[in-house]
Design a protein around this ligand. Structure first.
Ligand SMILES: [Zn+2]
Ligand SMILES: [Zn+2]
Length: 155
């Protein structure tokens, strides 16, 4: 059986099939203005996750229409904090004709972290760390056999 996640996304986004997870989609236009670092024009990922984790009881991935960063990194596509059962995925860098496919991969990646998976060295595994959009486009929306096995042991 597939593990479950909740995805909370802006209302403009249509629910997408996430092959690795049974997904409950919720739509909420979250006001991100108070998470925005005005000098950088980006949201600080860990602060957003912390704030959005309030009341979260099961693995939840928030999709936010902004760009994210983390101290020491110019940008991040997303961030998961497993202990808070909460992750974010930022859409700003995913735009283009492959937007939906990219979003599915990034949601799956962060949800994988929420279920305890680490980064994977296999470039076609969804748990491969994306340094660039090229990495995201190259990887599949699926776990590799090793990650699938790890997840089965965790569940
Ligand atoms: Zn990651
Ligand atoms: Zn893997």
């Amino acid at each position: 059986m597939r593990p479950r996640i909740t995805v909370v996304a802006p209302s403009r986004i249509k629910p997408l099939e996430i092959p690795e997870f049974t997904t409950i989609w919720q739509f909420k236009d979250i006001d991100i203005s108070h998470f925005l670092d005005l000098a950088r024009g980006q949201c600080r990922a860990d602060k957003v996750v912390e704030a959005l984790s309030n009341g979260v009881k099961s693995p939840t991935v928030y999709v936010l229409d902004c760009d994210g960063y983390y101290p020491g990194l110019n940008f991040v596509f997303g961030l998961a904090v497993p202990v808070l059962k909460t992750a974010v995925v930022f859409t700003a860098r995913l735009v283009g004709p492959r937007f939906e496919e990219r979003l599915v991969k990034e949601i799956t990646h962060e949800a994988g972290h929420l279920y305890g998976l680490a980064h994977c060295a296999n470039p076609s595994c969804v748990m491969y760390f994306s340094n660039s959009l090229l990495d995201t486009d190259r990887k599949s929306p699926y776990f590799c056999p090793k990650c699938r096995e790890k997840l089965a042991r965790i569940l």
